[in-house]
Design a protein around this ligand. Structure first.
Ligand code: 9MR
Length: 377
């Protein structure tokens, strides 16, 4: 009896405490009730930033319809998230000629122009989202440098001519530089960029600068008014920045028409440091380049695969971080012509971590207000 009490009652207490805490633990996170503001109480972001830089956004075939209210009100520049990439434009080869389809790209470009927005063209030359057949002959063998360069020039000339006069800035080459920290590796390669090699760099191994220079020249010839950019992620990390600058120096030495650098800016709450961001903007600008922030989003966790719902506190931290980076952009607005967000509302971001400035109900998040605050008006 005594033993039963000694074991039974403490066990009951433990079970009771556990079930209470477990209840709490498994309780669904209460949705935050935010009273939506009437649209007239929300200032236009791009108008607030007039005189500093354009505020852009990546849109797609869906969001240009479902989110046209936010796009038209807050943004002065538009990038097609996918619709102008080679895999959307390239159809097949007929004889020796590339057959292209501009339908999806045209829809976005026309929508932008009808609404008085600038357009960033994204992207002409990229190892990703370019069909494999583009790099190969009819026997499935990689093309020679000469052949792929001809094909590339045909593609660029046709695309840039099609959009001539409509595109403000083209991302001519995207993500050609390696993530390897080995100073001897400059260009992305499957041997040391495990996830993503580049067939461009594989074909041109040792003379990568040739296709890159040819790409910029072809784009410039087709539309001399368009500004031409090299675009990359981790572009403010000092090691990678040095490599990008080395490539750009070489292009400039060869009088290649390159006008700017696209800093993608898929950033974290705590990375990269404010110092690295600022140094990169200053250093690129010193090379005579225009700086554009091309794909801004700010997430909490480095693992892009992770799905995360931000707590109220996290949203405040995210807002502080957006404010910090916009204060840097404002300080250097003489060097920056445009800042583009990679998506509109959290539910249409490529990352499931709520990294944008409007929530899934289209309401401005603390980050939106923090970006206005950064202006100090
Ligand atoms: O946001 C784009 C996503 O919808 C595509 O599935 C993905 C496929 O490559 O590309 C995303 O956009 C990328 C951009 O074109 C280049 N920089 C990295 C972006 C995020 O992956």
């Amino acid at each position: 009896m005594l033993l039963k009490h000694r074991v039974f009652y403490p066990l009951m207490v433990v079970l009771l405490v556990f079930s209470l805490t477990a209840c709490d633990f498994f309780k669904p996170i209460e949705p935050e009730v935010v009273e939506p503001l009437p649209p007239e109480a929300i200032p236009s972001l791009h108008k607030a930033y007039e005189g500093y830089f354009n505020i852009g956004v990546a849109v797609n075939a869906g969001t240009m319809n479902t989110h046209n209210d936010l796009i038209e009100k807050h943004f002065s520049s538009i990038t097609a998230e996918n619709e102008m990439k080679p895999d959307h434009i390239l159809r097949y080869i007929s004889g020796n000629e590339l057959v292209l389809d501009f339908t999806r790209g045209d829809r976005i470009v026309n929508y932008a122009l009808q609404n008085g927005k600038k357009v960033r063209g994204h992207v002409l030359v990229w190892h990703s989202q370019t069909p494999d057949w583009f790099f190969k002959d009819e026997n499935d063998q990689l093309l020679s440098q000469e052949k792929i360069q001809e094909r590339m020039a045909e593609y660029i000339t046709k695309v840039v001519t099609h959009y001539k006069g409509k595109i403000d800035a083209w991302d001519v080459v995207n993500e050609a530089i390696t993530d390897s920290n080995d100073p001897d590796h400059i260009y992305r390669h499957k041997d040391y960029d495990k996830k993503n090699g580049s067939l461009w760099n594989e074909i041109f191994a040792g003379s990568e600068i040739d296709y890159i220079a040819a790409a910029f020249r072809a784009a410039h010839e087709a539309d001399p008014e368009a500004k031409l950019y090299y675009n990359d992620y981790n572009a403010v990390a000092p090691e990678k920045r040095e490599k990008i600058m080395k490539m750009i120096r070489q292009l400039k030495d060869e009088d290649v028409p390159i006008h700017g650098i696209g800093i993608q800016a898929h950033w974290l709450f705590n990375w990269p440091s404010a110092g690295d961001i600022e140094d990169a903007i200053v250093e690129y600008s010193k090379m005579g380049l225009d700086v554009q922030i091309t794909e801004l989003d700010i997430r909490i966790d480095g693992d892009m695969e992770k799905k995360i719902t931000l707590s109220r506190k996290d949203k405040e931290r995210q807002a502080d971080r957006y404010k910090e980076v916009f204060e840097i952009f404002i300080k250097h607005s003489d060097k920056i012509s445009s800042v583009t967000f990679w998506g509109i509302t959290d539910d249409n971001s490529w990352i499931s971590q709520e990294p944008l400035i409007f929530d899934r109900n289209k309401n401005p998040k603390p980050a939106f207000w923090a970006i206005l605050d950064a202006l100090g008006k």
